[in-house]
Design a protein around this ligand. Structure first.
Ligand code: TYM
Length: 332
C-alpha cells in the first residue's frame, strides 16, 4: 500500500451478471480511479444470501463477477480484488458494529423495506442487518472514498453514522468514508419502466441490459425501450425514458446533453434508440472480449483470488485488532 494515497473500497453483489447500471454507476468509476487510490474491490457474496440463492448458480456467478472485475480493466497487481467471504474479518467486524447500530436506524433503510415487500416469505435478520455488514466492509479498509450508485447512498450514510459513533467513544479508529457518485449515471433507469431503477431482479427481460449481452440483444433492448408519445429528443421534465437514454448515450459516447440534442434535432426516436444501442454495444465490446480471455484461464483467476484474499485479510486485520483492543477484548 502506498501510504501517500487515500483508500477506496467498493463491492458488487454476485446475484446476477452486472447490468448497465452497475457498470456505469459503479464499476466504470472503479477503473477510472484505480491509479489514484489504494483500491479494494470485491464480490459481496455474504450480502447476496440475504435473498435465497441457488448454490450452483451462486458459485458460478461469484466466479463470473470476479472475472468481470478484471475484464472491466481493474488490474489485480494494482488493486486488491477479493471475495468478501474469503476474509472472515468482514463477518467479525460486522458483529461488533451491530452492537453500535440502533434498531431504529436500520428500520429506516428503504432497501430493507423494498426487499421485505418483494420477499415477504423471507424477511430474515441478515436482510435487516445488511447495512451493518456493508459498514464493516468499508470501515475495515479505512476507506476514504466509496464509489457507488445513488441507491447505496443511504447505506453509506449509516456507515458514516456508525463510524462517528464508534470514533466518538474510542477515539479515531476508523476513517470517515465519503460517497463518490457520478451525477449523470447515479441511477440508470429500467428500459421498460423509466421511473424505476435498472435492477438485477427485474422480471421483464427487456428492462435491463446485462454487460455480457451480445450486440444484437443490446440493440434490440434499446429499440424496445419505453419512451413517450412525443417526438423531440430533449431532457424536458416528464420525459423520463428519453432522459435515461440520453444519460446512457452521454456516458457511452462522451457527448454532452446539448451535443445530443443537436445531433438528433428533427430525427425520430427510432434513429436515436439505435444510436444508443450501438454506442452501448461498442462500449461493452472490449470488456466482453477480455472476459472471454480471462474466464478461460481458471488457474490465473484462482491465483488472483488467493492473492486478493491474502492482501484483503492483512490490511483489514490491522483495523480489527485495533477494534478488539479498543472495545476491551483480551488479545494475544
Ligand atoms: P449492487 O450489487 O446492488 O450494485 C453494485 C453497484 O452498482 C450500483 N447500481 C447502480 N448504479 C446506477 N444505476 C443503477 N440502476 C444501479 N443499480 C446498482 C450500486 O449502487 C453499487 O454501487 N450493497 C451493495 C454492495 C456492497 C457494497 C459494500 C458497496 C456490499 N458492501 C461496501 C459499497 C461498499 C450492493 O448491493 O450493490
Amino acid at each position: 500500500m502506498d501510504e501517500k494515497k487515500k483508500n477506496m473500497l467498493s463491492l458488487i453483489q454476485p446475484t446476477n451478471t452486472p447490468h448497465l447500471g452497475n457498470y456505469l454507476g459503479a464499476m466504470r468509476n472503479w477503473v477510472k480511479l484505480q491509479n489514484d487510490y489504494n483500491c479494494f474491490f470485491g464480490i459481496a457474496d455474504l450480502h447476496s444470501i440475504t435473498v435465497r440463492q441457488d448454490p450452483v448458480k451462486l458459485r458460478a456467478q461469484i466466479k463470473e463477477s470476479y472475472a468481470l472485475l478484471i475484464a472491466a480493466g481493474l488490474d489485480p497487481e494494482k488493486s486488491t480484488l477479493f471475495i468478501q467471504g474469503h476474509n472472515q474479518n468482514h463477518a467479525e467486524l460486522s458483529w461488533i458494529l451491530s452492537c453500535y447500530t440502533q434498531f431504529g436506524e436500520l428500520s429506516r433503510m428503504t432497501q430493507f423495506k423494498d426487499k421485505s415487500e418483494k420477499h415477504p416469505d423471507n424477511i430474515n435478520a441478515g436482510l435487516f442487518t445488511y447495512p451493518v455488514l456493508m459498514a464493516a466492509d468499508i470501515l475495515l479498509y479505512q476507506a476514504d472514498l466509496v464509489p457507488v450508485g445513488l441507491d447505496q447512498k443511504q447505506h453509506l450514510e449509516l456507515a458514516r453514522n456508525v463510524c462517528q459513533r464508534f470514533n466518538g467513544i474510542y477515539g479515531d479508529v476508523f476513517t470517515m468514508p465519503e460517497p463518490y457518485i457520478t451525477k449523470t449515471t447515479e441511477k440508470v433507469m429500467s428500459l421498460q419502466e423509466p421511473t424505476k431503477k435498472m435492477s438485477k431482479s427485474d422480471e421483464n427481460l427487456n428492462a435491463s441490459v446485462w454487460v455480457l449481452d451480445d450486440r444484437d440483444t443490446i440493440i434490440r433492448k434499446f429499440k424496445r425501450a419505453v419512451t413517450d408519445s412525443e417526438t423531440e429528443i430533449c431532457a424536458r421534465e416528464g420525459k423520463d425514458g428519453i432522459i435515461n437514454l440520453m444519460s446512457i448515450y452521454s456516458a457511452a459516447s462522451g457527448k454532452s446533453f446539448e451535443d445530443i440534442e443537436s445531433e438528433f434535432k428533427g430525427k425520430g426516436y427510432g434513429e436515436f434508440k439505435l444510436a444508443v444501442g450501438e454506442a452501448v454495444a461498442d462500449m461493452l465490446a472490449p470488456m466482453q472480449n477480455e472476459f472471454k480471455r480471462v474466464s478461460a484461464d481458471k488457474s490465473y483467476l484462482e491465483q488472483c483470488m488467493k492473492n486478493g484474499a491474502e492482501k484483503a485479510f492483512k490490511t483489514s486485520r490491522k483495523t480489527l485488532s485495533k477494534v478488539y483492543k479498543k472495545v476491551g477484548f483480551v488479545t494475544f
